[in-house]
Ligand binder design. Sequence first.
Ligand SMILES: [Fe+2]
Ligand SMILES: [Fe+2]
Length: 403
Amino acid sequence: MTHAFRSKLLVRIVSIGAAAGLTHAACGDGGSGGAGGSGAGSAEGGAGGDTLTSTSMGMPPYDSQQNPCYDHAALGLTSAVGAGGAGGAPGVVCPSSAEEGDLLWTAIHDEFSGNCGIKLEGMELTQTETQCCYAITVTMCVTTGRPMTVDGAPRSAPVRRGAQSTGWSAGVSPELASLDAATRAHLAALWARDAAGEHASIASFSRFAIELMRFGAPAELVEGAHRAALDEVAHARIAYAFASAYAGTTLSPGAIALPASLPLASELAEMAAGVAEEGCVAETIAAAIVSERAQLAGDAAVREALATIANDEAGHAELAWRTLRWALDAGGEVVRLAVSAAFERAIAAQLASAGCSVQERAEAVEHGAIGASDEKAVARAVVHEVIVPAMRAMGLGDPRVEA
Ligand SMILES: [Fe+2]
Ligand SMILES: [Fe+2]
């Protein structure tokens, strides 16, 4: 595990906590906010789908609505199988539940459930005269970007497949020749998830910059928030490019569903609590996880990209801690209480969600994946070796953290 990365992070962050007022400005450079947390997607989102389904099941992949869709004939459906379904050819009933015998349903569920941090929330059958189609809803456990939330719920853009390029792709060339189709599908899903998270982080930092101004923050913090947003544009381009390379088709973001009136933090304490959760905890952990992924990666293009992202994310984590220092100095006890509670919530949540990428593929580690146990270990180490000492340095005391 990359202990050196965490040690460096600790030194930089603790120096922020120890400094008074704004004198810590020289302790770090650029960046802001957070990463990690969670995003939400849809089936046409980060699942990286058609390669995954078509190669593992040998069937036509997606319909025009981007749902997994299978011809009755290909499924061998000539009589009732399972239950439910509406319409369709006489005597043909598409699998509509995980009941015994519904192997297709089970197979789809297994493909999507837990794949690269994707959590399957629901499946709904739509049967046509010739096909069985399944609308799939998923959420994502962990991302590398600071989440964009509205009323506490994460928002991210659906991933468009095969659409005309809209500039969301940097030139990357991972080595594909040694990868089988299933591993490529796994990697496409992984990188599509990362891409959606990085893309959402742009909006998150944009809002963060406005909130800083709302509470009269110093210039270097506002500047840092804008620089971080630009970092996230670069990260999103990199991640969509990798996802597209592995998927064998262009993957790009659609529109994020956001309200016309975006809510802002109403009090400084509320904003500081968000910074603690999403920046000081989530992004500090995420930076170390990305660094670990870079260390493990064998593919040169992947390793270089992840190392760049890890360094940027560490800068974003530092900005979060600098913001916290300023907010504590400016807001006093009310902010301290709100922040302390936020740290406990966030640490518990991060330790619980780390490693939710349960579908392990050792060969994918060469291309940026990380196993669940490694991800958990990094998260735990960052909490104990970086976040808790940094909290002490800021006079926040020790949070209640499981050993
Ligand atoms: Fe990022
Ligand atoms: Fe970030």
